[in-house]
Design a protein around this ligand. Structure first.
Ligand code: E4P
Length: 218
């Protein structure tokens, strides 16, 4: 399972990268705005900085909602760096743009996916990644994990190569359950990755090992 971090914060990206388990980064317009990154030149420069920090894929989302605009923006983003994956919304023009980019060999991530039917369309259009938003479904009392399960079954039934990128991850149990269901990738906040480290028996066990070592090596 690939681990992506879902942020535009360079400090958090560097921390996850330093842990040695990071496979990529996802961003969205809200995450860029949260870091105060505005204006197309600054946004492109920020994507460049992210690509310089990590080895893996960096999803960069288009703002346009029409086909021509998405193609223009997506081509500029893809030209910026080979690690860039063009992130497109799950709307009709987004599906058309996905097909256009996949025919040209440009990698895509279809975002804002909330149903199995949408995921099927994304795969048919040749998406590299599909992003079902697990946490946002849970937020409205709908089982987000069930969607991951359904997409896994459909993709396996037909051998679709589109990778399931479980998005809108909120906590470590989302990560673990997505791994059990065979999600190819997860993207979440830094805490969803570092939280996996934690276990009180690890901490107490290590403290005891060190205490015993120190007794015999004074
Ligand atoms: C996906 O790529 C999105 O950036 C993200 O996972 C959305 O998460 P949120 O629901 O926490 O905003």
């Amino acid at each position: 399972m690939k681990f992506f971090i879902d942020t535009a914060n360079l400090g958090e990206i560097a921390e996850a990268q330093a842990l040695g388990v990071l496979d990529g980064v996802t961003t969205n317009p809200s995450l860029m705005a949260k870091e105060g990154i505005t204006g197309s030149e600054n946004i492109l420069a920020h994507y460049q900085k992210i690509c310089d920090l990590v080895d893996g894929d960096v999803s960069a989302e288009v703002i346009s909602t029409d086909f021509d605009g998405m193609v223009k923006e997506g081509e500029a983003l893809a030209a910026l760096h080979p690690q860039i994956v063009v992130k497109l919304p799950m709307i009709a023009d987004g599906v058309k743009a996905c097909k256009y980019f996949s025919d040209k060999g440009i990698r895509t991530n279809v975002t804002l996916v909330f149903s199995a039917g949408q995921a099927l369309l994304a795969a048919k259009a040749g998406a590299t990644y599909v992003s079902p938003f697990l946490g946002r479904l849970d937020d409205i009392s709908t089982d987000g994990l069930n969607l991951i399960d359904e997409i896994r079954m459909i993709y396996d039934n037909y051998g679709f190569q589109t990778q399931i990128l479980a998005a809108s991850i909120r906590h470590t149990m989302h990560v673990i359950n997505c791994a059990k269901l065979g999600s190819d990738v997860m993207t979440g906040p830094l805490s969803s990755i570092t939280g996996l480290l934690k276990h009180p028996l690890t901490d107490s066990g290590l403290a005891k090992f060190l205490e015993d070592y120190n007794k015999g090596n004074q």
